[in-house]
Write a protein of this length. Structure first.
Ligand code: PLP
Length: 419
């Protein structure tokens, strides 16, 4: 396996040397490694597992569906049920089509936008880390090897909360940009009505506005980031938490655009999301159950509350240690990451590695602080205590050098040109 695993974010280069090599089991927010060590986990399947690992009602729904068969030659009624449930949750979603991975649906959104506008260029938010495994996005990263320059040149970048940077692209490439794609929110909230103004600007320039709701969806609000901020985009792409770990993703949006991939028009046909496993019945059953749970239980509210409790505890510890400017929580409570900086307050992978090493040693596996519905208050409080002890080591390392405490090599960023 190149890279030693099937997802770069899980790779050896992303964790300190003392990290567990393999996880064999998870229940709720707890996981166990091959040696039987137990951890409170954050990150939760790269943000896909919002309810908790091995969540019984979701497993049961998928299991019952398995007995009825996985995949037929004609659609199964669960495709309609799941679509109706989805459309009832997402405001402004007039149609929906399912895929398996987030990249399936961001790719489909981009293709639709290109077909709809007759334009080739794509404007992506340069402050957002990931949109797709496909060439239109990977070509814009440091790992662009294997992607023709002609493709790379079609993707341009703007800055979040910087409307002028979008306007400049529209001026520089008049009538050439098919779509603007961004997450409704990442580390910083929209300022000065940025999302609303962006929508107006796109409309004025005939550009399709796409929200990538892979992370904000089923985390910020039942209706996604678009409901949270009350902005309806032309198209949106959902995935991750939709299936609580089962592979299901959704492209949704305006009928006049989506229908180009359908049967009820006489324009040129767009090949839109047609996958062998696109509507795998047990995964749709899992997705359907997840959406029902979100509707009847306070999932979103709990994610925010647990995140707030964690954030208050860790921020208190940062204050007590005098680590402000060196260790920082970033993002909304329901979706926090952390920044690690060295003695000169410069971003440091070595300090990230040390922090991870110290929390892992004590039973917390947290490449980020992404909470789930299964994190109890006592899980959060235990985590705060462990983080507090790890930050004591962090503080010592600022004075005595990180190399005194870190075992082995530091972590490296995923997107880099060379090893
Ligand atoms: C914001 C965002 N968009 C799209 C994707 C792609 O999703 P997938 O890995 O399911 O293809 C990711 C994956 O991490 C993501 O974080």
């Amino acid at each position: 396996m190149p890279g030693g695993c099937h997802t770069y974010a899980k790779g050896d280069d992303q964790y300190p040397e003392l990290a567990p090599g393999f996880i064999v089991k998870g229940k709720g927010c707890h996981v166990w490694d091959v040696d039987g060590n137990e951890y409170i986990e954050y990150g939760m399947g790269l943000r896909a597992v919002t309810l908790g690992h091995a969540y019984e009602p979701v497993i049961e729904a998928a299991y019952q569906q398995m007995h009825l068969g996985h995949n037929f030659v004609r659609p199964s009624p669960i495709e309609v049920e799941c679509a109706e449930e989805f459309l009832s949750m997402i405001p402004g979603a007039e149609m929906v089509k399912f895929g398996k991975n987030g990249s399936d649906v961001t790719n489909a959104a981009v293709r639709l936008a290109r077909a709809f506008t007759g334009r080739d260029m794509i404007a992506i938010c340069g402050d957002h880390a990931f949109f797709s495994v496909d060439d239109w996005f990977i070509g814009s990263t440091a790992m662009s090897a294997g992607i023709p320059e002609a493709i790379q040149n079609l993707t341009v970048k703007f800055r979040y909360n910087d409307l002028q940077s979008v306007q400049s692209l529209f001026d520089l490439y008049p009538n050439q940009i098919a779509c603007v794609i961004l997450e409704p929110e990442k580390d910083t909230p929209p300022a000065d009505n940025f999302l609303h103004k962006l929508k107006d600007l796109c409309k004025k320039n005939g550009v399709v506005l796409i929200f990538d709701e892979m992370i904000t969806g089923f985390r910020w609000h039942n209706g996604g980031g678009q409901a949270f901020y009350d902005v309806v985009p032309d198209l949106s792409a959902f995935g991750k938490a939709m299936g609580n770990g089962f592979s299901i993703a959704a492209l949704s949006g305006k009928r006049k655009i989506m229908e180009l991939g359908g049967l009820e028009h006489n324009k040129e046909r767009v090949f839109l999301l047609s996958l062998t496993h696109g509507a795998e019945n047990p995964n749709l059953a899992a997705g359907l159950e997840v959406m029902k749970i979100y509707k009847r239980e306070p999932v979103i509210d709990t994610l925010w509350k647990r995140g707030e409790r964690l954030s208050a505890g860790i921020n208190q510890s940062i204050k007590e240690h005098g680590l402000s400017g060196h260790f920082e929580l970033i993002g909304e409570p329901c979706c926090m990451v952390f920044a690690t900086r060295d003695a000169d307050k410069q971003p440091s992978q070595a300090f990230r590695s040390l922090f991870l090493q110290e929390i892992i040693k004590r039973g917390v596996l947290a490449p980020s602080f992404i909470v789930s519905y299964s994190h109890s208050e006592s899980d959060i409080d235990e985590t705060i205590d462990i983080v507090h002890t790890a930050l004591t080591v962090y503080k010592n390392a600022l004075v005595n050098g990180v190399g005194t405490f870190l075992v082995g090599r530091p972590i490296k960023p995923v997107f880099r040109k060379l090893n």
